[in-house]
Design a binder for this molecule. Structure first.
Ligand SMILES: NC(=O)c1ccc[n+]([C@@H]2O[C@H](COP(=O)([O-])OP(=O)(O)OC[C@H]3O[C@@H](n4cnc5c(N)ncnc54)[C@H](O)[C@@H]3O)[C@@H](O)[C@H]2O)c1
Length: 357
């Protein structure tokens, strides 16, 4: 049986992951979709209790025995240095070499799109964010810390291998899913060395995909175009930092942080563990109120189903979620008044009694 490691994490993480597990349980009971759950006590509480962040033994067991990890969010004001969050998140993304962070940006209802004159049809693209390198690689240092002459450096790491594989993954995804447009975004006009490599590799690889329109925009222009006319994009590939930022913009286009899901994987090693996470963080302002939106996590369950071949279940779940949007059965971030649990109840009720076709 497929093993799924579950790390609820910090803040609203446990609240939304609990809802995801209720939906998973429904599909287990009703459709026999089985994942063996392995609950992991990792996060800020554990770190503050005994100093544990991400033990090597846990990392190795995930790598050897798990098909996937479901992670809530990490980040707690009591750990201002982010030690545990860095060890757990980077321990998986970089430790398992999950270089492709894939974030679908798809609005599931017209009412969720904040742009004037735009509908859900206009917001449907996928971002491929490089997930192991760039300025998040953790190389740098501080000199004369705390003095007026302080220097702080983070290096932007871009390897030929790293750039090539994420761009190729984006093209391959486009080809596999029948999409005809791939856009690469960088800042090669200002970052002459690192991002010139992105330009060169993109120009080389586009030749391998003759049926796919390969386009380039600088990241600042991409942000402008995403707001002006998101319908022009199908697949976007970019580096770690720009991908992090541009997918929050994407989340806003599809309805906000409460409805954005992601999966990280290594497309060269499909057998390797995959990491499913809502795009949002631990949302300290919502903790304990019971109003965090569970939909991002429910959409992660949908991505999990898709990845493991349960495409019909993923579609059913999406139809049920769409129906709750249409009925305005939402948490306050989307203008509704339902609780976290009540939104999941509404989705489960629609799963149990699908609307007539
Ligand atoms: N992958 C991760 O674990 C991850 C990602 C981003 C931020 N963080 C961490 O989370 C903490 C808070 O960061 P932040 O405030 O910048 O980002 P955040 O995503 O936690 O919150 C940003 C805004 O979105 C709202 N929001 C987030 N999730 C929501 C949900 N499910 N339903 C409704 N509204 C939601 C919040 O209320 C807030 O207004 C920090 O410690 C940060 O480092 C973790």
């Amino acid at each position: 049986m497929r093993r799924l490691a579950v790390i609820p994490g910090d803040g609203i993480g446990p609240e939304v992951i609990g809802e995801g597990l209720r939906v998973l349980d429904w599909f287990r009971r009703e459709q026999g979709i089985e994942f063996e759950l392995w609950q992991l006590d990792l996060g800020a509480e554990r770190y503050l209790r005994d100093g544990t962040t991400f033990p090597a033994a846990v990392r190795d067991e995930i790598a050897s025995s798990c098909a996937a990890v479901l992670l809530g969010a990490l980040g707690d004001a009591r750990v201002p240095g982010f030690e545990h969050a860095r060890d757990i998140l980077f321990g998986m993304r970089m430790g398992f070499d999950l270089y492709a962070n894939v974030r679908p940006v798809r609005a599931l209802a017209d009412s969720l799109v904040p742009l004037r004159g735009r509908s859900a049809r206009d917001v449907d693209f996928v971002v491929f964010r490089e997930n192991t390198e760039g300025i998040y690689a953790g190389i740098g240092g501080q000199l004369r810390r705390g003095s007026a002459d302080e220097i702080a450096i983070n290096e932007d790491i871009n390897t030929r291998k790293g750039v090539e594989r994420i761009i190729r993954a984006a093209f391959e995804y486009a080809r596999r899913t029948g999409r005809t447009r791939v856009l690469m975004s960088d800042k090669s006009n200002a970052m002459r060395y690192a991002h010139e490599l992105w330009q060169r590799v993109f120009q080389e690889l586009r030749g391998d995909y003759p049926g796919i329109e390969a386009r380039h925009l600088y990241i600042d222009a991409l942000c402008l175009e995403l707001v002006r006319d998101p319908s022009q994009f199908q697949v976007i590939v970019t580096n770690n930092l720009f991908g992090d930022i541009v997918t929050d913009l994407g989340a806003a286009l599809q309805g906000g942080m409460g409805v954005a899901a992601s999966v990280s994987s290594n497309p060269d090693h499909p057998e390797r563990v995959k990491l499913f996470e809502p795009v949002h963080g631990s949302a300290p302002n919502l903790v304990g109120r019971g109003t965090a939106n569970p939909v991002a996590t429910l959409l992660c369950i949908g991505l999990l189903f898709e990845e493991f071949g349960f495409v019909g279940a993923a579609q059913e779940l999406e139809v049920a979620i769409r129906a709750t949007f249409e009925a305005r059965e939402t948490t306050p971030d989307l203008g509704g008044s339902l609780s976290t649990r009540a939104v999941t109840d509404a989705v489960l009720a629609r799963l149990a009694r699908p609307a007539p076709a």
